[in-house]
Ligand binder design. Structure first.
Ligand code: SAM
Length: 430
């Protein structure tokens, strides 16, 4: 499969088919054997999604009229070609020829002259630069929500969402200290640096295929964002505890909890069978044990044995607006109405988890969202209607904190956007 054509198929699946980027990309990458070509496909796809509205705006003066919806595949060919010309600075002959070939492959043969003409006009222009969309390539509702929640940080967040997220590792302490592993990376000429405040985290600063990292295949190190690593750290598990990872797949946090201390009983629940398969793969790659259950958490009659938990991690399904850098399809597939629906599910999951928590036990509520409705407002509503719930205040110098004591991380060079709230169930006997 040709790399550029593969990129167009992925973009079409995401933008027109509203498919998730990860499976759409994986399907096309499977058809490409040459690693540099796979890299090219990925770069075109991520870049075109990240700059879509700006690309649309920039190419508009070269079109007699806007491209109608039914010809969206042609628009996708043009925008991805423009991204290659303006942002990747790829040779124009290759971009134009292969874009014209792609138009034939997607059964728009009648439009080859049109695409050829537009792209040649762009190249003839000579010094064309990208016109910036006023909402920084975010849907209007999301740009508005970010600006209203974070007036001072919004512009930086928009900028962050145009770049890839830093790749971070969690070094598993039972095998290596973080500093020993960092030295090993440097010995192998792999560019990396210690994370500023997370003692197990390393940031890869060069281009590295993680599968080639020393001891990666043996599970001695794993890919995990530094802010995501806070979940297991904040949960405070101790030997002998019964611990529930309530929305566990694909299992990055389950494995980290299991690494924390020996002698816990760890149950991991998720309702998505495909994601549970990935969770099982994660646990077996890292040689970690947990009682894995495929079930809707809310339907406790189907899976719960009646014994309460000392600690519960609720890493709730959310808008994922804190990880747009990794999933730019969110800019296309997420609707404003989803937030209200997600918020209702989060409230239900919180209520279910609360019933499963021992008096004196703690529940860590986590999302990878930056939207207050799913985070601080969600927790505030829960506290108001749950008399035996209190917040154990958290502090972190990189997070936006508030008087409730919750943490809101925004995406930056030290980690992804995450929200944390630690709730404690009052023990009336204490
Ligand atoms: C944010 S992800 C969890 C990520 C995971 N904790 C990790 O670190 O790898 C949210 C998960 O919640 C699961 N989920 C959503 N609704 C659920 C429900 N009602 N019951 C169980 N799992 C649910 C989704 O399938 C998804 O895997």
């Amino acid at each position: 499969m040709n790399a550029r054509l593969a990129a167009i198929y992925v973009l079409y699946d995401v933008i027109v088919g509203r498919r998730s980027l990860s499976p759409a990309l994986a399907e096309q990458l499977d058809k490409i054997s040459n690693p540099p070509d796979r890299g090219l496909t990925q770069e075109i796809v991520f870049g075109t999604l990240r700059y879509y509205s700006s690309l649309q705006l920039t190419i508009r003066p070269f079109l007699k009229k806007a491209i109608p919806e039914k010809n969206k595949p042609l628009a996708i060919v043009l925008y991805s070609a423009l991204y290659q010309l303006l942002m990747m600075k790829l040779p124009s002959y290759a971009v134009i020829n292969e874009s014209v070939d792609a138009v034939k492959d997607i059964d728009f043969e009648w439009a080859t002259g049109f695409v050829n003409g537009v792209l040649r006009a762009v190249v003839r222009h000579g010094d064309l630069t990208l016109k910036r969309d006023k909402n920084a390539d975010h849907p209007i509702w999301l740009a508005g929500a970010i600006r209203s929640a974070y007036p001072d940080e919004a512009e930086n967040m928009f900028k962050q969402n145009h770049y890839p997220a830093p790749v971070m590792l969690r070094v598993r302490r039972q095998y290596h200290s973080r500093d020993d592993y960092l030295a090993l990376l440097h010995t192998n000429d792999i560019q990396a640096q210690a994370h500023i405040d997370n003692k197990d985290a390393i940031i890869l600063t060069g281009k590295t295929n993680v599968a080639d990292l020393p001891y990666f295949s043996q599970g001695q190190v794993t890919v995990q964002d530094a802010n995501a690593q806070l979940a297991a750290n904040l949960l405070g598990v101790q030997s002998g505890m019964r611990v529930l990872d309530a929305c566990a797949a694909p299992g990055g946090k389950t494995a980290h909890i299991a690494d924390k201390v020996d002698g816990i009983t760890l149950t991991a629940v998720d309702h998505a069978a495909g994601r549970i398969d990935t969770l099982n793969d994660t646990l077996s790659r890292l040689h970690v044990d947990a009682n894995v259950i495929t079930a809707d958490l809310r339907d406790t009659t189907q899976w719960h044995d009646g014994q309460l938990f000392d600690r519960i991690l609720l890493d709730a399904p959310c808008s994922a607006t804190g990880v747009i850098r990794k999933h730019p399809d969110i800019l296309f597939n997420r609707r404003q109405s989803d937030i209200t629906k997600l918020s209702a599910v989060q409230a239900e999951l919180l209520q279910t988890c609360w019933k499963l928590l021992k008096p004196g036990g703690r529940l860590l509520y986590v999302t990878c969202s930056i939207l207050p409705e799913e985070n601080i407002e969600q927790v505030n509503n829960f506290i108001k209607k749950t008399p035996d719930a209190t917040i154990r205040p958290l502090g972190h110098n990189r997070a936006i904190s508030n008087k409730l004591g919750t943490l809101q991380f925004l995406p930056d060079k030290y980690g992804d956007g995450f929200f944390y709230a630690l709730l404690e169930k009052q023990d009336h006997c204490a």
